[in-house]
Write a protein that binds this ligand. Structure first.
Ligand code: 5GP
Ligand code: ZN
Length: 113
């Protein structure tokens, strides 16, 4: 999608601190970290959110999770981490390109689950 922020980041048109990249997946540091380690993992293909996943496009989600495990190890998150995907207005999604937040490096505070 031509005016999507994360499509532009994945294409290298907007700079980011890239932690991992392959043909399908891009991982980069969040610009406004909410934990000592906070990175985002996105599919390179534009999918708006979890709500847009279907049988045709969902294979990339497992690729994203493989990258989450790889980068979490790379970042030294041996004590664990939290993975979050905000979907839609009620969840506070602000960038409408599917992304997985990975937060770690400290004991997590309040839990909602
Ligand atoms: P959401 O609120 O949609 O779940 O998360 C969007 C995330 O993208 C936020 O945590 C925000 O800090 C991050 N973000 C927004 N714009 C940029 C940017 O230009 N670069 C990077 N690296 N992160 C961004
Ligand atoms: Zn996009």
């Amino acid at each position: 999608m031509s005016d999507c922020l994360f499509c532009k980041i994945a294409a290298g048109e907007i700079p980011s601190t890239c932690l991992y990249e392959d043909e399908n997946v891009f991982a980069f540091r969040d610009i406004n970290p909410q934990a000592p380690v906070h990175f985002l993992v996105i599919p390179k293909t534009h999918i708006g959110s979890v709500a847009e996943l279907n049988a045709e496009n969902s294979a990339v989600v497992s690729k994203c999770f493989e990258v989450i495990a790889k980068v979490a190890e790379q970042e030294g998150l041996t004590g664990g981490y939290r993975v979050i995907s905000n979907c839609g207005a009620d969840a506070g999604q602000t960038v409408h390109h599917l992304h997985f937040h990975v937060l770690g490096g400290a004991k997590m505070g309040e839990k909602i689950l």
